[in-house]
Design a binder for this molecule. Structure first.
Ligand code: XMP
Length: 518
């Protein structure tokens, strides 16, 4: 296995992701934890030093234990990792001036040209004569450590790529793990091949590791898990169940704002199929009662979020000796909460989901997906036997249908909405479009319109169909259905759903719209 020593870069996790794409098992450990004893015990086959925000020119800046250089294993240093390596081994690093011209700080796109023995095993990656790379550094190496050579330079980083091939130590000034270094993965690939990895690690192996880690963390204690039926909480629950069986209890809160048959499907899958201890908290009356007469979107969201926490805590309190709370936190949540928390951003919507349970519950957290990206969670779900149709489901927001029902929420409107949504999704599936769409749903509008059906007058609700493409939900474009599809779907909804006599299609992108209506 490979050890990544984390010096605090925002993108350390991307190194792990690149390596996992290459089927190499790796672990990230913060530099503070990596002691000589830790290293000896871990016995890495190779080590990567991540980037980091500090400056090696500062006394007391983060360092690896010096024994890392005498273990005889290949080391790759990235950015701060390069500077640490150079300084530790006898080179020199200088602070760069950030502004004012003539500085050597460098942020953003740069091009590295080959130099010297660039056909070296590791850096034989100048596929196009020069490589686009992503730089983000204030300091730079000004003198190489003995035994090192230069393989590539950029205008502001004369030592952009360096290496000591005799010892298999390599170091680069830029970030090969980010998207903006398009061939960066090849560089990692060269490094892991050089270190002797064959690329035989799989999601199956990750599953085994994750299970072992859960057992080590939890011991004989009891764990509770909020289950929403979404991919993240489902994979968390199944993984935990594999690890600790009946020491896990899941709580599924039915707030009355779920889609057609959703509660039944979740309960039967987890209780009957997976045999997981599941509390089905049927709190529809409570939620719908409190939402009675509420029309403001933020009040809706906050009401649902608050009630959810209350309800969950009540159920959790009934589970004796619960010590841990399992959450389906993903890596992007971890990065965002670190780098953006407390920032000046405006609240567009107060998000609520099962991952938002408060710390004051006094439970310790188990977060087995914390290192994974969404697509990796899906792969893990596949590994755990979740059906493909389930894994590929569109996202569904925590506040559920409440935010697809602008204006007052009534049981009647919710029922109409459920039926219309089911017809719409059926249409999308029948036409083979489901997987091309990020998210599709119906919103029921707070207006009635006049229609004529048969020989009679109708006065029923109008609804809006929504379908968007997106990569991450942050920006989105409306899906360009054919007119035939839209016409057929409108006809089906009006014929099959009593209470709707008009169908519109929402063609707003995000921004300026948002995906949900509220
Ligand atoms: P918006 O409407 O903000 O939605 O463009 C972006 C994505 O987030 C989902 N969404 C939520 N998910 N709790 C969630 O778990 C929420 O409160 C929430 N609000 C919006 C939305 O469905 C879309 O995928």
């Amino acid at each position: 296995r490979l050890l990544i020593i984390d010096f605090g870069s925002q993108v350390t996790q991307l190194i792990a992701r690149r390596l996992r794409e290459l089927n190499v098992y790796c672990e990230i450990h913060p530099y503070q934890n990596v002691t000589d004893a830790f290293l000896a015990d871990f016995a890495p086959k190779a080590v990567i030093f991540s980037g980091g925000p500090d400056s090696v020119t500062r006394d007391g800046s983060p360092r690896p234990p010096q024994s890392v250089y005498t273990m005889g294993v290949p080391i790759l240093g990235i950015c701060y990792g390069q500077q640490v390596m150079m300084q530790d081994l006898g080179g020199r690093v200088e602070g760069g001036k950030i502004s004012g011209g003539g500085g050597t700080a460098e942020f953003g796109r740069a091009y590295v040209e080959p130099k010297g023995r660039h056909d070296d095993l590791l850096f034989g990656w100048f596929l196009d004569g020069r490589e686009q790379v992503w730089m983000s550094h204030g300091d730079h190496v000004s003198k190489l450590a003995p035994g090192f050579e230069v393989y590539g330079t950029s205008p502001n980083a004369p030592f952009a790529i360096t290496g000591n091939p005799a010892r298999h130590f390599y170091a680069v000034q830029f970030h090969p793990e980010v998207h903006h270094t398009p061939n960066g993965k090849t560089l990692y690939e060269n490094f892991v091949r050089l270190a002797g990895f064959t690329g035989d690690w799989t999601m199956g192996a990750y599953r085994e590791e994750a299970i072992q880690k859960i057992r080590d963390q939890v011991g004989n204690a009891h764990v509770i898990c909020g289950l929403s039926g979404g991919v993240d909480s489902s994979v968390t629950a199944i993984l935990l169940h594999e690890a600790i069986g009946d020491q896990l209890t899941c709580v599924f809160v039915d707030h009355g704002l779920l889609r057609q048959n959703e509660a039944e499907e979740v309960v039967s899958m987890f209780r009957d199929h997976y045999n997981i201890k599941l509390i089905h908290a049927d709190e529809r009356e409570l939620f719908l009662g409190e939402l009675d007469g509420v029309t403001d979107p933020e009040v809706k969201r906050k009401t649902i979020g608050r009630l959810f926490i209350d309800v969950f805590q009540n159920y959790a309190n009934q589970i004796e000796d619960a010590e841990f709370l399992a959450q389906g936190t993903l890596y992007p949540d971890v990065i965002e909460s670190v780098s953006f928390s407390g920032g000046p951003s405006v609240t567009i919507k107060s998000h609520h989901n099962v991952g938002g349970l408060p710390e004051k519950m006094g439970l310790k957290l188990v977060e087995p997906l914390r290192e994974l990206f969404k697509d990796e969670v899906r792969a893990l779900g596949h590994e755990l036997g979740l059906p493909a149709s389930f894994i590929g489901r569109h996202p569904f927001p925590g506040p559920g249908l409440a935010i697809r029902c602008p204006g007052e929420i009534t049981r009647e409107k919710l029922e109409i909405l459920r039926q219309a949504d089911a017809v719409y999704i059926d249409q999308i599936r029948r036409h083979g479009l489901y997987d091309e769409i990020w998210q599709a749903f119906v919103a029921i509008l707070p207006v009635r319109t006049v229609g004529v059906m048969g020989d009679g007058r109708t006065y029923d609700y109008a609804c809006a169909l929504r379908a968007v493409t997106s990569v991450d939900g942050m920006t989105a474009d409306y899906y360009p259905f054919s007119h035939d599809f839209l016409g057929e779907t409108a006809t089906r909804i009006i014929n099959e759903v009593q209470g709707i006599n008009r169908v519109t299609y929402d063609i707003t992108s995000k921004p300026p719209g948002t995906i949900e209506w509220e």
